[in-house]
Design a protein around this ligand. Structure first.
Ligand code: CTP
Length: 403
């Protein structure tokens, strides 16, 4: 998604500036063109040379702002502001945040932000007491009312001042998908005010405390759907099975282990959702009995008695209220279109995303995926192999604008 896209990274003066090296490096490796602007406080923490080397382009500092531009060129802040498709301000200090809230322009970075119309992603980083100051929160509130500004974090955790709390800059792994989303949507919040319920990952149906029936789902696709919805302005509830993947920020994350727990939570949260996205790979069966003590190897049955688990999606769709939209997934092998269409009708869904799981590319645990998007009574759409986040956006594009 980054190839040939132009991202400007604005760094202000906080210790989290060290994380920006990784951000710039990852952006470049993903194919983006990157420009970096440092405030005077930022380059006390990090050398412009480091960022320039990673960005394959000189990094700009305030001294560059005060140099007369060549006759044929535009002033630097105008040129950079117009060049950038997305601006990422990471780390964002309380000082730069206040400048943005009040539209101040007293250094290169704040001038670049004002000289641009592109979406701005803010990744604040400061001590918890600073973040929670009424004055800072007032500025956060002001910026939150401005459509152009998008937020990533702050996260919770240990900070450089040896305290634990809210104020840590988000990890690059969280920031990068948000930049990808803004490049895709151009900052449009077409899910603003909508409530989205997503299920992700696989369920585990335990036979005893150490053995279970499950599947290789990692949760990546469901997390991409939840993230993309959040990036498009939705209020997201994510119900997920066991996973090693980093949990997305900015939403309510609810962990479950088995299909029964997932069913209970989904049933509880579905009535308030505008969109129900059932991406989880629910184990279709569970052992008929559960032993709370580990079954010794010698006593393991040679045949396992199984019972089916309820079809969560079908149950939720049957209880739908007018205006709710149900999106299902179908892991298919062979002729996927016919089987998927039958599933869409059987489960009474509005949309169904069919994934081939017998291809060498895409599917469980992979970074990329391909799919056929189907809708009730309408033409479908084929999505070739793309990143899971891009597929998630293409699904939202299809759901919100099917024709
Ligand atoms: N699903 C569900 N509850 C189940 C099984 C599946 O909610 N017990 C949902 C999945 O999350 C997915 C859709 O139903 O959105 C289709 O899942 P899939 O495994 O492809 O189909 P099945 O209904 O299990 O049918 P089959 O295994 O015969 O293909």
């Amino acid at each position: 998604m980054f190839a040939d896209h132009r991202v400007l990274v604005g760094v202000s003066g906080g210790i989290a500036a060290y994380k920006v090296c990784q951000l710039v490096s990852d952006l470049i490796q993903s194919g983006a063109e990157v420009r970096v602007v440092l405030t005077s406080a930022a380059h006390r923490f990090i050398q412009p040379l480091t960022l320039a080397t990673l960005a394959r382009h000189r990094a700009y500092v305030d001294e560059d702002f005060w140099v007369a531009h060549a006759e044929s060129a535009k002033p630097l802040h105008i040129e950079l502001g117009q060049w950038a498709e997305v601006l990422v301000l990471a780390p964002l200090t309380a000082n730069t945040l206040a400048k943005l809230a009040f539209g101040l322009a007293d250094n290169l970075l704040s001038n670049v932000v004002l000289a641009s119309d592109s979406p701005v992603l803010l990744a604040p980083a400061m001590n918890t007491v600073m973040w929670e100051q009424e004055t800072v929160q007032r500025n956060v509130h002001l910026l939150a009312q401005t459509a152009r500004f998008h937020w990533s974090g702050p996260d919770q955790g240990l900070m450089a001042c040896d305290t634990t709390g809210v104020g840590r800059m988000v990890e690059v792994a969280e920031l990068l998908p948000h930049v990808e989303s803004l490049l895709w949507t151009k900052g449009t919040r077409d899910l603003q005010g909508k409530r989205v319920l997503v299920s992700a990952g696989g369920t585990r149906e335990f036979l005893d405390p150490v053995r279970f029936i499950g599947n290789p789902s990692t949760g990546k696709m469901g997390f991409a759907l939840a993230r993309s919805a959040y990036h498009r302005g939705a209020q997201v509830v994510l119900v997920h099975g066991p996973t090693q993947e980093p949990l997305p920020l900015g939403m309510e994350n609810l962990a479950v282990t088995n299909a029964h727990q997932m069913h209970e939570l989904m049933r509880k949260r579905a009535p308030e959702a505008d969109f129900v996205v059932m991406n989880a790979a629910v184990a279709d069966v569970r052992p008929r009995s559960y032993s709370p003590a580990k079954i010794p190897k010698k006593e393991l049955p040679s045949h396992l008695e199984l019972e089916s688990v309820p079809d969560i999606l079908q149950d939720l769709a049957q209880k739908r209220t007018p205006g709710q939209c149900f999106i299902g997934f179908a892991a298919q092998t062979g002729d996927i279109q016919e089987a998927a269409t039958a599933k869409l009708e059987r489960k009474d869904l509005d949309f169904l995303v069919a994934n081939p799981v017998d291809q060498p590319t895409g599917g469980f645990g992979q970074e990329d995926n391909q799919a056929i998007l189907l809708r009730r009574n309408g033409a479908g759409r084929i999505v070739p192999l793309v990143s899971k986040l891009e597929l998630a956006h293409r699904i939202w594009d299809f759901v919100l604008r099917p024709v």
